[in-house]
Ligand binder design. Structure first.
Ligand code: NAP
Length: 308
């Protein structure tokens, strides 16, 4: 047992995955669950995700030695204000938000003296959301980045890191601004591109919607997985990581113009050189254990005995 009581504020994909993993590994005696809507709380209760269920986040954090914020980041400041007076000295508050500078400034100033804030971001997810979407192995062999401010209690940082390692994750410490730049290019801009291309295809008039869906296996459907991600969570990501996203988007647009020109002037060499470089990047991701080596993302095919 690492903790006497963990409070999970927000119980969607990430919160419920934490609950599954904590229970599987026996990391806490009690798990308090708090969320905004009564329906969601009932769903969490029906799934047996906790030992205490409440719509009042302040109630959930009473007696907790670890508090995990797992709601969309736009809700963090209000949650921090609500729970702050009920946090005991020595409590560790962490979070799972996809942006970190905003979280430090939205949450940090509200927490009382003696409470340790160790922000975190598990680099793991799916396009599903809600309490039923979670599973215990979500964080296994994925990175969790912690971005504590300088001066944060080293023991609290180590306990938070040990918690994530116990959930199966590898842990890295990083400055919050650097984190936001890294995820802008690895996660946020890719999501923006996916939302954009799926939106563009949906708006086309010369190609019918049914054709887009029927012939999607040409590549389009792989963007739709990302573009099916939770709308509220991703709205908040772009509202709170604006600078880093705009920086990376600027570079992306420059490179896209170069590519557009190569296509227009028929510069096959430029195209082939880039495509060779990008293929090597995919190989590196597979070699780093962050993706399956199976063709077509491991999708089942009729003639390989794995068809569903
Ligand atoms: P999700 O499945 O949509 O769940 C969000 C949860 O937060 C729901 O239980 C929602 O419940 C609750 N919630 C919303 N507003 C709230 C509020 N004001 N107070 C308390 N609870 C509230 O989202 P998720 O994917 O788990 O994302 C949660 C966090 O993880 C986000 O900050 C996101 O940036 C981060 N994250 C997500 C991923 C990913 O791939 N999905 C990966 C890494 C990190 P109600 O129905 O009660 O509103």
């Amino acid at each position: 047992m690492m903790f006497d009581k963990i409070a999970l504020i927000g119980i969607g994909l990430i919160g419920s995955s934490i609950s599954h993993a904590v229970r599987r590994k026996g990391l806490a005696r009690e798990i308090a669950i708090s969320t905004r809507r009564a329906d969601t709380l009932e769903e969490a209760r029906a799934l047996g995700l906790g030992t205490q269920y409440t719509l009042d986040a302040a109630e959930a954090v009473k007696g907790a030695d670890l508090v995990v914020l797992a709601a969309p980041v736009g809700a963090y400041e209000a949650i921090a204000r609500t729970i702050a007076p009920h946090l005991a000295p020595g409590t560790i508050v962490t979070d799972v938000g996809s942006v970190k500078r905003h979280v430090l400034s939205a949450v940090g100033p509200h927490l009382p003296e003696g409470v340790h804030f160790v922000p975190g971001h598990p680099m793991a997810g799916t396009e599903h959301s809600g309490p039923g979407a979670g599973f215990a192995s979500l964080f296994a062999n994925r990175w969790t980045i912690l971005t504590p401010e300088p001066g944060t209690d080293p023991k609290a940082i180590e306990t938070t890191a040990a918690f994530w390692r116990a959930l199966g994750a590898d842990v890295e410490l990083m400055d919050a601004d650097h984190h936001d730049l890294v995820v802008a290019i690895t996660s946020h801009v890719p999501h923006l591109i996916a939302y954009n291309i799926v939106g563009t295809a949906d708006d086309l008039e010369t190609v019918t919607k049914s054709e887009v869906i029927k012939f999607s296996a040409g590549g389009f459907r792989d963007f739709t997985r990302i573009a099916a991600s939770d709308p509220v969570m991703w709205r908040d990501v772009f509202l709170t990581n604006r600078e880093a996203v705009l920086e990376m988007l600027g570079r992306f647009l420059e490179d896209l113009s170069t590519l557009q020109r190569a296509v227009r002037v028929g510069d096959g060499e430029a195209l082939e050189t880039l495509f060779t470089r990008t293929r090597a990047i995919r190989r590196s991701i597979i070699d780093a254990g962050q993706e399956t080596d199976a063709p077509d993302f491991g999708r089942a095919h009729e003639d390989d005995g794995t068809s569903r």
